[in-house]
Design a protein around this ligand. Structure first.
Ligand code: S3P
Length: 450
């Protein structure tokens, strides 16, 4: 099934003259999933503004409806509002189809397990190839019973009594694992403790607090965190104003950095330090970036990001930064291609299990456009061409929205146009990508519908 805002078929990005203007970043995908899920677990009506209306988040909304919650979109002159009302959850009549969304799927499995509800979860070919054992293992320790196809979708969760709290060390810095365990722990008996040696995005923790849940977080001197939540808590409905998505904004910002004479402002971007690694790295590469008008929005730090064309140099991106920019490596690999010198991205094995194997997808896309790379299991090196990127290639997007957008951005500043084989997945996370990019001056051959 095509995604919302879909652009099925191949798309060509042309070398563009100049990007200029001011746009509002689309709502953050991580915050949007969590706002819907916690709203559906809460007592009372939660009102959400700025929700990302991408295919992934819509599927979470549909799944929550099937689980018994009221989820409604209310059209308003100043933008849509989403209303969510928690009601007792029930076993859905049919399998919950989560499309391409690892976040929606893993968080909902955790929440449903915590509520003892039976449900079957499924997804598209990309999601079916991704590991689910990473959440099913800790949930099983808490007493949940799930059958899967060797740790992959479809996953069939059995009805259960109350789960037990757990003391769990995150084996990899994954906010999806952390959040699945936290959401399960909310309904469990006793305390759930999660220890994360390397902290990863903390939107679930922040939002649990906003929904009135008692949650304690300790940060150790070395940076690790311990999160404690008591079971048997009922979140209380609240209002959420979703900030803009730094992972989506990264495509706009990167385009402005590499297209000549550009100067853009992306307004309302989430700049939570656990999400801002791409911007830190771009600055180290010499990017002319500034965070303006910094403020707090629904408990999250937000800024307007100004980006101007810059001469970039290669850098070493340390492994301990990976969690804070895990979704931005594909677009970073494009920036690295335009930089002078080599860029080494270390500690990035998680890229192998995203919507595609992103190390392999980036290497193939870069090679098709005249850029050399080297890689290992958990690292990628890009040999920068100091602004002189040949382009002219066709890129296989492998059902991966971020691979699609990264190489479209590359085509705006390469010597020759770049074609991607399929733009339909862009709608999973950034349905307004083409409209926003065109409003800044980007030239694409298709689609013209949005
Ligand atoms: C997300 C966590 C990350 C990220 C994904 C969104 C989240 O995945 O890649 O796009 O909202 O929790 P992992 O938890 O697998 O690192």
């Amino acid at each position: 099934m095509a995604a919302a805002g879909a652009a099925a078929g191949s798309i060509l990005a042309h070398p563009s003259m100049r990007l200029a203007g001011s746009v509002v970043a689309p709502g953050d995908k991580s915050v949007s999933h969590r706002a819907l899920i916690l709203g559906a677990m809460a007592e009372g009506e939660t009102v959400i503004r700025g929700l990302l209306e991408g295919d992934d988040v819509r599927r979470t909304g549909s799944a929550l409806r099937a689980l018994g919650a009221l989820v409604e979109r209310d059209r308003r002159a100043d933008g849509p509002i989403w209303r969510v009302e928690g009601r007792p959850w029930r076993a859905p009549a049919r399998a919950l189809y989560m499309g391409n969304s690892g976040t929606g799927c893993r968080l909902l499995i955790g929440a449903a397990a915590g509520r003892g509800v039976a449900a079957v979860f499924d997804g598209d070919a990309s999601l079916r190839s991704r590991p689910m054992g990473r959440i099913l293992d800790p949930l099983a320790k808490m007493g949940a019973c799930a059958a899967s196809r060797e740790g992959q979708l479809p996953v069939s969760l059995a009805a259960s009594g109350r789960l037990r709290g757990a003391d769990y060390v995150l084996p990899t810095p994954s906010a999806q694992i952390k959040s699945a365990v936290l959401l399960a722990g909310l309904g469990a008996q006793g305390e759930t403790i999660i220890r994360e040696p390397v902290p990863c995005r903390d939107h679930t923790e922040r939002m649990l607090e906003a929904f009135g849940a008692a949650i304690a977080i300790e940060t150790e001197p070395a940076g690790g965190r311990t999160i404690r939540i008591d079971g048997g808590q009922s979140p209380v409905a609240t209002a959420i104003d979703a900030p803009g998505d730094p992972s989506s904004a990264a495509f706009l910002v990167a385009a402005a950095l590499i297209v000549p004479d550009s100067d853009i402002l992306v307004r309302g971007v989430l700049v939570n330090p656990l999400r801002a690694g791409f911007y830190e790295t771009a600055r180290e590469m010499g990017a002319d970036l500034s965070f303006e008008n910094q403020r707090l929005q629904s408990g999250e730090p937000v800024a307007d990001i100004r980006a101007r064309t810059s001469s970039l140099r290669g850098v070493e991106v340390p492994a301990n930064r990976a969690a804070s920019m895990i979704d931005e490596y594909p677009i970073l690999s494009v920036l690295a291609a335009f930089a002078e010198g080599e860029t080494l991205m270390a500690g990035v094995e998680e890229l192998r299990v995203k919507e595609s194997d992103r190390i392999a997808a980036c290497e193939a896309g870069l090679a098709a456009n005249g850029v050399k790379t080297e890689s290992g299991r958990d690292w990628l090196r890009v040999f920068g061409r100091a602004g002189d990127v040949p382009g002219g290639g066709r890129v296989a997007t492998r059902q991966d929205h971020r691979i699609a957008m990264s190489f479209l951005v590359m085509g705006l500043a390469a010597k020759k146009a770049i074609e991607i084989d399929d733009g339909s997945m862009i709608g999973t996370s950034f349905p307004d990508f083409f409209a926003l990019m065109r409003s800044l001056g980007a030239a694409f051959d298709a689609p013209t519908s949005d």
